[in-house]
Design a binder for this molecule. Structure first.
Ligand code: PHE
Length: 339
């Protein structure tokens, strides 16, 4: 009996030493010291022992049970300790590792300048108007006092879908669409894409942007036009910038004017950019032709208006000293990151 008990002790302690998990420990506990365990099994046969042997064996059995229980506890604690150490190592966060790099988008230079222009005009009470890029010949030409055989059509090499439909060659058709639907006072700014047949080079693109302005009210004069243009030029190119209007011709304005500002490179002294003129042309303008007002149902005896159209690209290139228009369309991120 004594040897059997010692054998159980050996077996239990050896098995416990090899246990690797909590479940294995629990299995061993049941196997050795559980109600139907090996130790209990042996003790149930104590009745067969002599009265002298019984207390000795009983004591030994208790001692072995104690030893096994102690070992179970120690082993359990060791395993838990090991598991904790594992987990800590697994869950360690190295706060010194570099973070994920996220690329932040930027505004395109065309939009930066456009937004400034919009803000300036909105602060003067203008609202933003829009028209379609696929336009009727009627709005792009006819209603603007440019009939079919008019020589002014030659200056705008237009993409036609059919004799009636085209890609707008200017933003001026938005003037007509607004005047057809709104009664004076009218104060709108209409920026948008326009299209003309052209070879691409450093200064030309078949797709570009114009910003149309239109004001119709009682007593509007050329002075209001000049004032609005002065304000926007100074805002975009600095307070020293001067604005010049000179006679020009557009069928839908009368009188018509060409708008120039003092050269943004030399400040008006004359340089290569302005071809020694000191001035750079930024668009066309004029007083809305009374014929056009009348066609839109606005009485030219009561109302007058001014309109202008500026090329956005020209303004952006000048503002940032960019010498090739293609950079604005190529989506080269190295270029766009500079703004
Ligand atoms: N639409 C004209 C152009 O593209 C510019 C312009 C607009 C002229 C408004 C007068 C008034 O050349």
């Amino acid at each position: 009996m004594k040897e059997q008990l010692e054998a159980v002790r050996q077996a239990a302690l050896a098995a416990l030493a090899n246990a690797e998990t909590g479940e294995q420990l629990e299995e061993l506990r049941i196997r050795f010291t559980g109600k139907k365990g090996e130790l209990t099994g042996l003790l149930s046969r104590m009745g067969k022992l002599s009265p002298q042997e019984r207390p000795i064996i009983g004591q030994l059995a208790n001692e072995i049970r104690g030893a096994i229980e102690t070992e179970l506890k120690t082993r359990k604690a060791a395993l838990e300790q090991r598991e904790l150490a594992h987990r800590l190592r697994r869950e360690t966060v190295d706060v010194t590792l570099p973070g994920k790099h996220r690329q932040i988008g930027r505004q395109h230079p065309l939009n930066i300048v456009l937004d400034e222009i919009k803000d300036a005009f909105i602060s003067m009470g203008f609202s933003i108007a829009q028209g379609p890029e696929v336009e009727y010949d009627y709005y792009n030409f006819e209603a603007l006092n440019i009939p079919k055989d008019h020589p002014a059509r030659d200056t705008q090499d237009t993409f036609y879908f059919s004799p009636e439909m085209l890609l707008r060659s200017q933003t001026s058709p938005v003037q007509i669409r607004v005047m057809e639907q709104t009664r004076p006072p009218i104060r709108i700014l209409a920026p948008g894409r326009v299209f003309r047949i052209d070879e691409v080079d450093a200064t030309h693109s078949p797709i570009f942007h114009q910003i149309e302005g239109l004001v119709v009210d009682r007593g509007i004069t050329m002075a209001h036009l000049k004032g609005a243009l002065e304000l926007i030029s100074k805002k975009l190119f600095g307070p020293e910038t001067q604005t010049r209007i000179r006679p020009d011709y557009f069928p839908f304005t009368e009188p018509s004017a060409e708008i120039s500002i003092t050269c943004y490179k030399c400040g008006g002294k004359g340089c290569r950019l302005c071809k020694n003129e000191g001035w750079i042309e930024i668009g066309g303008a004029g007083m809305v032709n009374p014929k056009v007002l009348e066609l839109c149902g606005i009485d030219p005896d009561i109302y007058s208006g001014f309109a202008f159209g500026m090329g956005l690209e020209r303004l952006v290139l000048g503002r940032y000293g960019i010498d090739d228009i293609r950079l604005l369309y190529e989506n080269n991120t190295k270029f766009l990151e500079m703004f």
